[in-house]
Design a protein around this ligand. Structure first.
Ligand code: TTP
Ligand code: MG
Ligand code: MG
Length: 450
């Protein structure tokens, strides 16, 4: 069989995986119209996989009577939609919509309360199947992950594109839900691609078309450009990625700081972030044991501040960020309390870690005496998605800018050169943490915690 590589007309059938030269409208072998074809199909190796209407798909699998009905998963504590199946979506139901609105849009929908344990279990099964394809699997959430399939061709006897299509078939058969896959040369475009043809989608974005494809897309397609930042860009007359492509890097940097660099590179389809497998460090934390037990917020807050700065410094050094802030307390009688809060996006800032930790700590300062306090972050990722300016409020944004300035000074003159209001003059009321207490605490993956 001739090698299909570099033949722009060569594709394959996503249902029976038969190789398909030429441009037939249907598979010559099984008659399926679901053909994959792309000039770079056999050269690309970064994939993003995301399950379709995940919670709803699991419920439909477990109750076939629901199959052709509109199903909404939600109505939990917050009274919002977790997800809706694609039948309900046609009527306008969306994730995060208040339940009453969803039922206005789709009154005949069947509403099911989320069964997280079950979804976590199924999510793990899908993940295990991914890990059988490559060790380079980076989960992003319960139902999605990046995969780097480079170098796996020999192992699988087929190029990544076919490995992916086979994976989709096997998930349907073995687990009973459907997935969508995106294939590209970088993470940014692989993730965009997986969303292009949902559900049961398979989309490819090659290097040659990246710039022209992106030119047509709205700026919100760029990581970190949420509603608020999009409206800042809109005020500046920038609505499409094409408009960003026409701008100089210096101008973008001047206007939007570090976000400007991200806009410049991603707009051009330049993204060299690696796929980080999940067995890498899972949390960064610091903790300290006190000489005398402490109970009041006034005493505990400065320690929390100092520890937050330590955690932040480590994150910054490693170019990492964490999306879940974890507070750890040990009571006088050695009972351990851990409290965590998930942020809207990953952070590396001492200020955000501290303020989130403080909110958690406030609830625990009920007179209990503590012998140990720790703070850390888990759900680690690269820091390039961290602290997007549109997601932090104005005061926090100013504090973040100040923190950047403090970092510069500390780099120059050492840590003690700049003390914040919380730590200044207080010394460190806890005795210095012993080395073993400083070790990175192993925290399980977020979906294993549920
Ligand atoms: P998503 O992958 O964002 O959504 P989805 O799988 O339901 O639908 P699709 O990918 O086909 O667009 O999220 C995965 C699961 O996470 C989802 O099934 C339910 C949960 N979730 C929430 O609980 N609240 C939310 O706001 C979102 C977006 C998801
Ligand atoms: Mg999904
Ligand atoms: Mg998802």
């Amino acid at each position: 069989m001739a090698s299909p590589v570099n033949d722009p007309d060569h594709g394959f059938c996503r249902d029976c995986l038969a190789l398909m030269p030429g441009r037939p409208p249907r598979c010559a072998q099984c008659g399926s119209p679901r053909l994959a074809r792309h000039p770079e199909l056999y050269r690309l190796h970064i994939a993003h996989i995301d399950c379709d209407a995940f919670y709803a798909a699991v419920e439909k699998r477990d109750n076939p009577e629901l199959r052709n009905k509109p199903v909404i998963i939600g109505g939990g504590k917050r009274g919002v939609v977790s997800t809706a199946c694609y039948i309900a979506r046609i009527q306008g139901v969306r994730s995060a919509m208040p339940m009453f609105k969803a039922l206005e849009a789709c009154p005949e929908a069947i509403v099911i309360k989320p069964d997280m344990e079950k979804y976590v279990r199924v999510g793990r099964e899908v993940r295990a199947m991914m890990q059988a394809l490559t060790p380079l699997v980076e989960p992003l959430s319960i139902d999605e992950a990046f995969l780097d399939l480079s170098g796996t061709e020999r192992l699988h006897g087929r190029p990544p594109a076919l490995v992916l299509a086979d994976f989709a078939r096997r998930v349907e058969k073995e687990i009973g839900i459907t997935i969508s896959a995106g294939l590209s040369y970088c993470k940014f475009l692989a993730k965009i691609a997986s969303d292009l043809r949902k559900p049961r989608g398979f989309a490819v974005i090659g290097e040659a078309e990246a710039v022209s494809f992106l030119a047509e897309q709205p700026v919100t397609m760029i990581w970190g450009v949420g509603k608020a930042f999009a409206s800042v860009l809109e005020r500046d007359g920038l609505r499409t990625i094409g408009q960003l492509q026409a701008m100089e890097q210096g101008e973008l940097l001047r206007r939007y700081g570090s976000m400007g660099s991200r806009l410049y590179h991603l707009a051009r389809g330049k993204d060299d972030r690696r796929v980080h497998p999940e067995h890498e460090a899972k949390s960064v934390s610091a903790e300290t044991t006190f000489d005398t037990d402490l109970a009041s917020l006034v005493d505990l807050a400065p320690v929390l501040r100092a520890l937050s700065e330590k955690v932040s410094a480590r994150l910054k050094k490693a170019n990492m960020a964490g999306q879940t802030v974890v507070l750890k307390l040990k009571t006088r009688d050695f009972k351990l309390r851990t409290r965590n809060r998930q942020l809207s996006d990953p952070t590396r800032l001492a200020d955000r870690i501290f303020h989130t930790g403080l909110q958690l700590l406030e609830k625990e300062t009920d007179g209990t005496k503590y012998r140990l306090l720790g703070i850390g972050v888990s759900d680690l990722s690269d820091d390039d998605r961290a602290d997007p300016p549109d997601l932090i409020d104005e005061r926090a944004r100013k504090r973040a800018l100040a923190e950047g300035a403090v970092d510069v000074l500390r780099d120059k003159f050492g840590r003690k050169a700049v003390e914040t209001g919380y730590t200044f003059g207080k010394g460190h009321r806890g005795r210095p943490a012993r080395p073993e207490e400083e070790e990175e605490a192993e925290v399980r993956h977020p979906w294993e915690r549920i």
